[in-house]
Design a protein around this ligand. Structure first.
Ligand SMILES: NC(=O)c1ccc[n+]([C@@H]2O[C@H](COP(=O)([O-])OP(=O)(O)OC[C@H]3O[C@@H](n4cnc5c(N)ncnc54)[C@H](O)[C@@H]3O)[C@@H](O)[C@H]2O)c1
Length: 496
């Protein structure tokens, strides 16, 4: 922590030096040095924000006006994006942050206390791990990982290096959500055996697959990082990586992770469960995207189920059950529905929950916002990860559920969508969910008899050990990790 006050001129010189150093070092590959553990921050927490094109902009707005935090550096492999944000901050605050294109260079600066990460998903865990190994606390966007194993590694690094690591699932700090979840945990709707996550969010085609040039201002080697260095095959470089497996996790791991997290939180399950089955497809258009735009995942926890529905084609909100089909119930599009023996709770937003009794009458409502970044900064000061509302362990478990769904899906067999029904045996809940899935596709002019989707492998798990078991283990276990492209390698457990 640097407590010294620098003059504006010194600041400018410092940032110009940092910028020049970063440009000179663009292609230099060095391992990250393990810095000494930082002490308890007592004054301003100096933060480096990593990846500032979209969500990183919100990190900037969240941090720039806070007492007790300073945006000390911006890191972005797109020099144009990074410098634009530095310009804007300098104009607004009269102080220009240092700029880096390579996170490793920034991590050498011992005066940086914390790193916030809003890069594409395939960089999240590695950036978080390197940052913590270099002595920094971390705020890492959701999903915290691109695969199950690197998420667990993040948890191990955080604990070993005694670092604070907050997940960017901000619902966890919203008072309305916290109260609604506490109500469910206290038995407010009786016993809850089913949670349904909904990610009904329109996603159009991203344009034709082809070979495209990355923007000239991007260091594409670092952008690719742990992923294979391949030609760009999507027309829009930023953001649309979400829909390509090397970098993203589809909408399940994009919007869906927020609702997956709420569903798992409400169900009070703290491992990866006993099994997962997923089906769906990228239906309704052909484009450069690879991930499903229509998908169902069923996670099994003993007699509890977490069912997750992703729909990228137009669809109305879902009200939850026949008994809830009333005028008063607006249902949810991006939300979660809990089914209890004594009633239901629908979370139609990040910060609210509506309680219905068994007859479908509204009996209670929870509302209210929160301060997720404030919670992070407070925990950086207290040095207690228990003070975090979304500790990395929670982020890892919920992100992992998204990855498991995608593993089942990707190992699946292509069959006509209508034929999926026959494979679902006599599970009433699964059949009901499939019928609604199929009707929705028909409404969107997808011929379910003729169009093929993926019927995923029905996978069994040791949810505590975080490995697949059973007859499909050999096919599924390698997908818990990835082949890392050197030097962008998530360290083995023994090397954390
Ligand atoms: N919590 C939320 O509500 C929320 C909302 C939106 C997005 N997100 C998450 O934020 C992340 C970023 O999303 P986005 O829409 O801003 O994506 P984006 O592609 O628009 O922006 C990512 C930025 O990161 C930069 N980048 C890539 N690799 C980098 C690296 N190694 N070091 C530094 N910079 C790097 C890119 O150049 C780009 O400027 C995603 O993981 C997404 O899931 C969270």
């Amino acid at each position: 922590m640097s407590l010294q006050k620098l003059s504006r001129r010194e600041m400018l010189e410092r940032s110009m030096f940092a910028t020049a150093a970063a440009i000179a070092a663009r292609h230099v590959i060095e391992p990250v040095a393990h810095a000494q553990e930082s002490s308890v921050p007592s004054n301003t927490i100096r933060v480096a924000i990593t990846g500032v094109n979209g969500r990183g902009g919100s990190h900037i707005s969240e941090l720039k006006k806070r007492k007790g935090a300073e945006i000390a550096a911006i890191i972005d492999v797109d020099e144009a994006v990074g410098q634009r944000n530095c310009d804007a901050l300098e104009k607004e605050l009269g102080r220009r942050p240092a700029f880096f294109t390579d996170i490793r260079k920034c991590l050498e600066d011992k005066s940086i206390d914390a790193v916030s990460i809003a890069t594409p998903n395939h960089w999240h865990s590695l950036a978080a791990i390197w940052s913590m190994q270099a002595g920094k606390d971390v705020y890492v966007e959701k999903p915290v990982s691109h695969n199950v194993s690197e998420g667990r590694r993040c948890v191990q690094v955080a604990r070993k290096h005694k670092k604070i690591c907050q997940t960017g699932t901000q619902s966890r700090s919203e008072q309305g959500m916290r109260d609604a979840i506490a109500f469910i945990h206290a038995g407010g709707i009786g016993e809850v055996k089913l949670a349904r996550g909904l990610c009904y969010k329109r996603r159009g085609s991203i344009g034709p697959r082809g070979v495209y040039e990355p923007p000239k201002t991007v260091d594409y080697d670092i952008w690719s990082g742990p992923a294979p260095l391949k030609p760009v095959t999507r027309p829009k470089f930023h953001y649309d990586w979400h829909w390509q497996w090397d970098y993203g996790n589809g909408d399940l791991g994009n919007q869906g992770i927020h609702q997956m997290d709420i569903a798992r939180w409400g169900l009070q399950v703290a491992d990866l469960g006993e099994g997962v089955l997923s089906y769906g497809g990228r239906l309704g258009y052909e484009d450069a995207g690879e991930t499903a735009n229509s998908q169902v995942c069923i996670h099994k926890y003993g007699d509890k189920r977490l069912v997750f529905e992703t729909r990228g084609l137009p669809t109305p909100n879902y009200k939850g059950a026949k008994i809830l089909e009333t005028e008063a119930n607006k249902g949810a599009g991006v939300g979660v529905i809990f089914y209890g023996t004594e009633g239901y709770v629908i979370m139609p937003s990040y910060s609210s929950g509506i309680v219905f009794d068994k007859d479908g009458k509204v009996v209670k409502e929870f509302k209210g916002g929160g301060d997720h970044f404030g919670n992070f900064l407070a925990a950086c000061r207290s040095r207690k990860h228990e003070d975090l509302n979304a500790d990395i362990l929670e982020g890892h478990l919920s992100s992992a559920l998204c990855h498991l769904g995608n593993i089942s899906y990707r190992l699946g067999q292509q069959i006509p969508v209508a034929a999926i029904k026959e494979r679902l045996a006599n599970d009433v809940e699964a059949l009901g969910t499939f019928d609604r899935f199929s009707e929705h596709l028909t409404e969107n002019k997808v011929d379910v008899a003729d169009t093929k989707g993926y019927f995923g492998l029905d996978l069994t798990l040791d949810g505590k050990k975080e490995i697949f078991t059973g007859s499909h283990a050999d096919a599924a276990n390698p997908m818990l990790t990835r082949e890392y492209r050197k030097p962008f390698v998530v360290p083995a457990e023994k090397d954390v």
